[in-house]
Ligand binder design. Structure first.
Ligand code: SF4
Length: 361
């Protein structure tokens, strides 16, 4: 079995309790301020006492530092409120997660050392939230399949829950989908501030998904995210039906990125034990299982962002695979993949026999 995280000598530090991300500066473009939804965000961030700057043009500039590390620090502590460009209204497919992807924002305040966004977004990793939300939502209706169910994924380029206290866009999107027929919303998060979503009339048209991993992995490589126990508490709140009709979401559990760290079987067993204890009432859930992988491009960016990363990015410990466009990705060896996959399928079937595993990758 290969190792997935480098050995380290330091002791584990207990992660602080989950806290909301507060950017050091919030930039608004003139176009964003002309949007009623942009005004709503403006009021929110002002009420939180955050420093607001109105930009002279619709381009966000001034985030480059002296080197990549400084650029990273500046960008990751900035929230920019902008309007999504017209190109954002031309949706792209996103199998196997959903039929279409759309974006409430681009960029994320967390610091995961394997971040899926590395290499996907251009420029400094600033969080840009979109002020023209009503247009973004109305545009989705054009993509609805006649007579069938069309699914939409909102978290390809951001963690929408991680910035919800600053934008309100996720709740508005859940409300919008609650009023549609034949359209389902999916999103995924590593945060836990779900209280504002529990009273929404989602009408079963939204599937929130929470990303889970072992404490050992999360504490080492998922900086700025909610602790695992806080995420489990959020899953319980989302799944529990409330007497007044709220809650009761069909929650998705995304176990990712799965890594064969030393003692992985015991660690993932502990995670699944906690999940079983958390969901001790009848509820509908699904699983998605994603093993760790990287591409040459994402490795280069992640090693620049996290020069002391504990993730083992040594290609010699991996198998090379090609995607359908010929791009390279490094995954675990077939033997390791088989071992991990067999473990999860057997354990999930035993513990959650009614819960579908949507895919393993
Ligand atoms: S939560 Fe997701 S998008 Fe945000 S840093 Fe982690 S992997 Fe990247």
């Amino acid at each position: 079995m290969q190792i997935a995280l480098k050995e380290e000598s330091s002791t584990i530090t207990t992660k602080p309790q989950s806290k909301l991300w507060m950017p050091k500066q919030v930039l608004f473009t003139p176009a964003a301020l002309e949007e009623p939804w942009g005004q709503q965000m403006y009021e929110r961030v002002r009420a939180l006492g955050l420093p607001v700057q109105e930009q002279k043009s619709n381009r966000i500039t001034g985030l480059r530092g002296e080197d990549e590390r400084e650029t990273y620090r500046k960008a990751k502590s900035t929230l920019a409120i902008v309007t999504a460009p017209p190109g954002a209204l031309k949706l792209q497919p996103i199998p196997p997660s959903a039929d279409w992807q759309f974006h409430l924002a681009e960029g994320c305040p967390a610091h995961c050392q394997y971040c899926y966004l590395a290499g996907s977004l251009q420029g400094p990793p600033v969080v840009r939230a979109f002020a023209n939300l009503p247009a973004i939502l109305q545009n989705l209706v054009k993509y609805k399949k006649p007579g069938g169910l069309t699914t939409f994924e909102a978290s390809c380029y951001t963690d929408p829950l991680g910035i919800e206290h600053l934008t309100g866009s996720l709740a508005e999107t859940i409300r919008f989908f609650g009023e549609q027929e034949g359209m389902h919303l999916r999103w995924v998060s590593k945060f836990d501030q779900v209280d504002g979503l529990l009273d929404l009339r989602h009408h079963g048209n939204t599937q929130p998904r929470i990303s889970l991993n072992t404490e050992f992995i999360s504490r080492r490589i998922e900086g700025g995210t909610a602790p695992m126990e806080a995420r489990l508490a959020a899953i319980r709140k989302l799944a529990l039906p409330k007497a007044d009709g709220g809650g009761g979401y069909n929650v998705g559990l995304v176990i990712a990125p799965i890594m064969p760290v030393p003692d992985w079987e015991a660690q993932y067993t502990q995670l699944l034990d906690r999940l079983e204890q958390t969901l001790d009432f009848p509820c509908e859930i699904t699983f998605e299982l994603i093993s760790h992988r990287f591409t040459p491009g994402s490795k280069a960016i992640l090693q620049e962002w996290y020069p002391n990363t504990q993730i083992d990015f040594d290609e010699a410990n991996r198998s090379l695979k090609y995607n359908k466009f010929g791009g390279k990705k490094y995954v675990y060896s077939p033997a390791t993949m088989h071992q991990l996959r067999s473990f999860f399928y057997a354990e999930l079937k035993r513990r959650f026999p009614a819960a579908p595993v949507l895919y393993w990758t």
